[in-house]
Write a protein that binds this ligand. Structure first.
Ligand code: 3HC
Ligand code: NAI
Length: 702
């Protein structure tokens, strides 16, 4: 016989107060069973004469992470979170919510309906629905503005930001903050104190001044969203809901919210964002099974250039001790200045206090002597992208580091298997591929060479979590997951440019698709010189039959590296400007076409997107075939977090599934008539299309 599921609600009584503990570990998500049982427990409490008041809390460290997102794809059954909230609010017996751990989304909405709220100082309170393309649908859009004022409630909901207990109290979201250990006792005390009728009453409106401030904030945000090409429907609807909270009675506002919420649930944007959420969870699981991570507290960073400095900041921000190593005193000073500069800018913008900056910098030390790495637990090498230079650094690390220290490299393209083979401890070598700026960008590719030991892989995943990064496991090849795929779809863009589309049209088409920046604008931002140097290095090994577009080289020959030189594909007469079209660039492209005997042809914006995406999906499919990525979800996660792919589309593999794989194969086959070597569909893509399958299927455990 199957064991019955444990009850989702744990009920105990203390002093006439009924404690209802949400019990659905680890996060007490509000699935149907929990909602149903809580609803019934509240109804029973209303009838039970021995119950005078109710405390709602989360058993097991968290209050609740909100609705169970998996249920949104299925027909949902009442009671809704909003029904439970209404029952709480209508209770004749006082209800106090005791919040610890996370109290998010529908979880916080239950608490908002309670008659008082107490929270632990380190609790995380918020309404993050917008990040999933939703809006609070359990009464939050109506009750939060009534509780703390619309002007304060609006940014919390629109950004989906969470706040800790103290900040929540300052906002008026919590009535009391207390120590976690004392939370339940304090909640019981407060519930009893409310028996005398001392219940905070809801003002029902925001007051006239508050209402005007709220309406002004809504109008300002409406204008901001109107200027954004890809504002989510949820964001616009959220503003409508907050306006309803200001202008309508609670009951009507709740009805309005319900309809808006259902619209969001049905939107493709919600499906894309929910896909991205679960893809990240999947990608974030260490493939090293049960292997235990090694402890890490002291980190060495070798090379204090663009990447090394950013990596050092990411480590310091996470509370780790960092020792920076450079090749000479001047470079060391430059590296330290880069790190100091990052913190100075954060302080200038008011994002970091002087004390916090000092605390972080106190954990940084610097040396030119590798002996300073003798007791480091993990070293990240970020020196020049050159095998000989890196090999020399690794020989030094092999000599000075303690046994068991992890030797990570931030290389973008080099063969990490080869690097590992050259030292006496290949089992400790791994790739940690950060993205620029390393303290900001979320993606961390964890590149797993042949001989690495499982606990090094497990440590890397644990470290990523500590750094707040989104890890993705990648195999060793030229460019790993992201850069390998990037190379191919960038080539597709170059081909289209040479065949007749202007870089400006290509950028615009892809920006309309959802990229914040098209490929040529991005090239101007990152600087053409780095790619130029790589192309020159690889020129000798380039297959002679492969098509090679020379436009980028011709720009670089003129010293047009992009924003930093004032010219690239665009002109930048003033620093920080968005860039203007450049007739000289168009003339240069015409010259290249003429030299190759290419007749310019017209591309529609749709053609551009289809070619770009077909190239992307095809290479991604080869990356899967080769085992460089384990699952389509890993590719979605990498491209969304490191390459600007629009998150609300879920990722390129999700996009391919939405379009349908047969359509992508048909496109590839038609383009292959022009250039078979570049466009031939991958075997995996062809097989899935033939079977009527989708990439999504490969995300499930086989
Ligand atoms: N629904 C379903 N599953 C959820 C979930 C949710 N709301 N939140 C987390 N999970 C799952 C994760 O997928 C993961 O599952 P797995 O172990 O099978 O991979 C497991 O719970 C643990 O999650 P994390 O690894 O993310 O745990 P962390 O401790 O790192 O983070 C968290 C916890 C900050 C709560 C994070 O999980 C999170 O941000 N969750 C989403 C919260 C959210 O968006 N809530 C709003 C939901 S929508 C809503 O409430 C609508 C309402 O208005 C009606
Ligand atoms: P960079 O040129 O800005 O910095 C390299 C630093 O290494 C310099 O400060 C140099 O003095 C130092 N260095 C060189 N030899 C050294 C040695 N023997 N010992 C100690 N320090 C030494 O280069 P960047 O851009 O920071 O790149 C570093 C690595 O990160 C490369 O492998 C690159 O491929 C990779 N990478 C770069 C990205 C980027 O966007 N710039 C993104 C991801 C990875």
């Amino acid at each position: 016989m199957p064991t019955p599921e444990p009850s989702r609600i744990l009920a105990t009584q203390q002093d006439g107060v009924l404690l209802l503990g949400l019990n659905h570990p680890p996060l007490n998500t509000l699935d149907h069973a929990l909602r149903q049982q809580l609803y019934e427990a509240l109804q029973a409490a209303a009838q039970d004469a021995s119950v005078q008041a109710i405390v709602l809390h989360g058993a097991g460290g968290n209050f609740s992470a909100g609705a169970d997102i998996r249920e949104f794809g299925q027909p949902r059954q009442p009671p809704w979170a909003g029904d439970v909230a209404q029952l709480i609010e209508a209770s004749a017996k006082p209800v106090v919510a005791a919040l610890q751990g996370v109290a998010l989304g529908g979880g916080l909405e239950l608490a908002l309906a309670a008659h008082a709220r107490i929270g632990a100082a380190d609790a995380r309170l918020g309404l993050p629905e917008v990040k999933l393309g939703l809006l609070p649908g359990g009464g939050g859009t109506q009750r939060l503005p009534r509780l703390i004022g619309a002007a304060a409630a609006l940014p919390l909901m629109l950004e989906g930001r969470d706040v800790d207990g103290n900040a929540a109290q300052a906002l008026g979201l919590l009535d009391e903050v207390c120590d976690k250990a004392a939370l339940l006792d304090a909640a019981v005390r407060r519930a009893r104190a409310m028996l005398d009728g001392a219940r905070p009453s809801r003002p029902g409106t925001d007051g006239e001044a508050g209402k005007q401030a709220g309406l002004a904030a809504i109008a300002a945000q409406r204008e901001r969203l109107a200027a954004k090409p890809h504002a989510l429907p949820a964001q616009r609807l959220l503003l409508d809901c907050i306006q309803a909270a200001l202008e309508q009675p609670l009951e009507a506002g709740l009805q309005f919210e319900r309809q808006a919420f259902l619209q969001c649930v049905a939107s493709p944007e919600h499906r894309g964002l929910a896909h991205a959420f679960f893809a990240e969870k999947l990608a974030g699981k260490s493939p090293a099974g049960q292997a235990r991570p090694r402890p890490v507290q002291k980190v060495g960073v070798v090379g204090g250039g663009t990447m090394g400095a950013g990596i050092a900041v990411a480590m310091l921000d996470a509370g780790l001790d960092v020792v920076l190593i450079e090749r000479d005193a001047a470079s060391l000073q430059a590296g330290q200045d880069r790190i100091g500069g990052v913190y100075q800018r954060q302080q200038d913008k008011g994002k970091l206090s002087a004390e916090a900056r000092a605390r972080r910098l106190a954990r940084l030390s610097a040396a030119t002597d590798y002996a300073a790495l003798a007791d480091a637990d993990l070293i990240v090498e970020a020196v020049f992208e050159d095998m000989d230079v890196k090999s020399q650094v690794y020989a030094e690390l092999d000599r000075v580091c303690r046994p068991g220290a992890i030797l990570a490299t931030n290389t973008s393209y080099l063969d990490i298997n080869e690097l590992a083979r050259r030292i006496s401890r290949p089992q400790d070598v791994i790739g940690l591929h950060f993205f620029s700026p390393a303290n900001v960008m979320k993606l961390l590719e964890i590149v797993v060479p042949e001989q690495v030991s499982d606990d090094v892989v497990a440590t890397s995943f644990a470290l990523a979590r500590r750094l707040g990064k989104v890890p993705v496991r990648a195999g060793v090849c030229d460019g790993f997951i992201g850069n390998r795929i990037l190379y191919v779809y960038r080539e597709a863009a170059n081909y289209m440019m040479e065949d007749g589309a202007s870089p400006y049209q290509i950028d615009q088409a892809l920006e309309r698709f959802g990229y914040a920046m098209g490929p040529f604008r991005t090239a101007d931002l990152t600087g053409g010189d780095i790619g130029w140097a790589t192309r020159k290095r690889k020129a000798a090994t380039r297959p002679p039959e492969a098509r090679y577009v020379r436009v980028a080289d011709r720009l670089c020959e003129r010293g047009w590296f992009g924003q930093k030189t004032g010219r690239g594909y665009y002109r930048y007469p003033e620093r920080g400007q968005r860039g203007q079209h450049d007739p000289e660039v168009l003339a240069l492209i015409d010259e290249e076409r003429a030299a190759r005997g290419i007749e310019a042809r017209a591309f529609s914006d749709e053609d551009i997107v289809r070619r770009y995406m077909a190239a992307l999906v095809n290479e991604a499919s080869k990356v899967l075939e080769d085992g460089i990525a384990l699952r389509p979800a890993d590719i979605d996660t990498a491209l969304v977090n490191g390459y600007g792919f629009p998150r609300w589309r879920g990722g390129p593999m999700k996009y391919a599934d939405d379009v349908g794989l047969p359509a992508i194969v048909a496109d590839l086959e038609s383009y292959a008539k022009e250039d078979a070597a570049f466009w031939a569909p991958s075997a995996l893509l062809r097989r899935l299309a033939r079977e009527g399958a989708a990439f999504g299927k490969l995300n499930q455990p086989q």
